[in-house]
Design a protein around this ligand. Structure first.
Ligand SMILES: Nc1nc2c(c(=O)[nH]1)N[C@H]1C(S)=C(S)[C@@H](COP(=O)(O)OP(=O)(O)OC[C@H]3O[C@@H](n4cnc5c(N)ncnc54)[C@H](O)[C@@H]3O)O[C@H]1N2
Ligand code: MOO
Length: 418
């Protein structure tokens, strides 16, 4: 179980800035999850828990980059027009084993080990072949078409640092040095609840005022994309004792407990009070839109996040606040999500003193200069907005207006969901 630092749990009702909230999330985790061994074949999207140094050179020996004829440059430099006797053949996995004079040549296939005393290769389509002899083209350079031992990976060099997220290319990189099993952080376990008497599962019988639970589907999918092992614990009724005991129980077997809904100020919003009874509250309200009510805390050794109920607020807050929390727990060294600037195709006024994320769509624009539209309403329950959008515009606390043509910062969903 990862341990959470207690010292910053200020138990405050004050609204804090998005920056402050991110800082507190970072400080709240002082230890990531444990480690386990994993077969390399199953390691994609896992986080490396050891620093890896190269135990060997890759490639292990000088070899040919092309199909052709291997030759000694020192002799070719003196007699480029000479016909050279083909004394043998070197194929990938079946190297030429014999001796070869530097006036002779060996037929060589791509990837085959270079015969001793030869250092350069002419491509097969460029040579003149007569019986068992070949004449090389002029103008070849020393070491032509030869890949040197260790040119990719040099024995002893640092390859990958602890905390690296293993993308397909890192898995292949580790395979190339011959590793079959490595040490990785185990996945972060997340208990996921929805709260609300109005909620029903898709497929269930409807009643007056009922709402199908969409948050759990969105959040579980996002969290799995972050590499978490998600336990879907269903819907909690709006009753303080039910919420408190469910959170406490889930905290005993998970690294992170997440709820959505019931976190603002209504009579039936019990999440904050349940957290205060079961564990400790760090912060509860952030100066942001969407998602002002968002509770961070911990219950025992488990981290806790109470996301707002409105589906867009829950989704955006998961991408902006749960993502770095999961990263801290999971041991990964999180590279900042890539964002870029493009011109706004709209004008708006904005209240200063809070960070806002607008649902936005980036398009290449007519002259290939990118432009960004915003969705026509800001309603926090409008899921069609995120179907239309391909990312978010981030507007900092200080921004008071955007005029058409201004540069704005765009965060693609694809970057925020990994
Ligand atoms: N007096 C105040 N009222 C509200 C404030 C505030 O600061 N003061 N903040 C508003 C903001 S902003 C948000 S966001 C919401 C968040 O409220 P809750 O977290 O308590 O969410 P609920 O009231 O439970 O639900 C809000 C809304 O979302 C629907 N919902 C909830 N869960 C789901 C789900 N799993 N799937 C689909 N839809 C869900 C729910 O039916 C409500 O319509 O508070 C404002 N109020
Ligand atoms: O976050 Mo709330 O979603 O602004 O309504």
């Amino acid at each position: 179980m990862p341990r959470l630092a207690n010292d910053c749990f200020a138990n405050s009702d004050d609204m804090i800035s998005a920056q402050e909230a991110l800082g507190r999330i970072h400080n709240a985790v002082d230890q990531s999850v444990g480690i386990e061994n994993c077969l390399l074949a199953n390691c994609a999207n896992r986080v490396l828990a050891e620093t890896i140094y190269a135990p060997r050179n890759v490639p292990p020996a000088d070899n040919s980059a092309v199909d052709g004829y291997a030759f000694a440059y020192s002799d070719y430099e003196k007699k480029p027009h000479q016909f050279r006797t083909v004394v043998g053949r070197s194929a990938a996995g079946a190297p030429y084993q014999g001796e070869v004079s530097e006036t002779d040549t060996v037929k060589i296939l791509t990837g085959a080990v270079m015969p001793k005393s030869l250092d350069s290769v002419a491509m097969i389509e460029d040579v003149q072949i007569e019986n068992d002899k070949v004449r090389l083209p002029i103008g070849l350079k020393p070491g032509a078409n030869c890949r040197k031992a260790g040119e990719d990976i040099t024995k002893g060099n640092l390859l990958l640092e602890k905390g690296t997220l293993l993308r397909p290319q890192e898995v292949g990189y580790l395979a190339s040095i011959g590793l079959s099993e490595i040490s990785v952080f185990r996945p972060v376990t997340v208990a996921l609840f929805s709260t609300g008497d109005e909620l029903i599962n898709p497929g269930s019988l409807e009643f007056e005022g009922s709402i199908f639970d969409s948050n759990r589907m969105i959040l579980a999918a996002i969290l799995r994309g972050f590499g978490c092992q998600v336990t879907d614990l269903g819907i909690l009724k709006d009753e303080l004792e039910i919420v408190r005991s469910a959170l406490l129980k889930a905290s005993e077997t998970h690294d992170l407990v997440i709820t959505s809904g019931g976190v603002s100020m209504g009579d039936e919003d019990h999440v904050k009070n349940a957290l205060l009874k079961a564990g400790q509250l760090n912060f509860w309200r952030i100066a942001i839109k969407p998602g002002r009510p968002l509770a961070l805390g911990h219950i025992g050794d488990a981290a806790f996040v109470g996301l707002p109920g409105n589906p867009i607020a829950a989704m955006v807050c998961c991408l902006k606040f749960v993502r770095p929390l999961v990263a801290a727990l999971s041991g990964v060294t999180l590279a900042p999500a890539l964002s870029f600037q493009a011109h706004a195709a709209f004008s708006i006024q904005k209240k200063p003193g809070r960070t806002e994320w607008l649902r936005a769509r980036y398009t290449a624009g007519s002259q290939g200069i990118g432009e960004i539209e915003k969705f026509h309403t800001d309603g926090s329950g409008v899921l069609s907005s995120v179907i239309w959008a391909n990312g978010l515009i981030e507007l900092g606390d200080e921004v008071t207006k955007i005029d058409q043509g201004d540069l704005v910062t765009f965060l693609p969903f694809s970057e925020l969901m990994k």
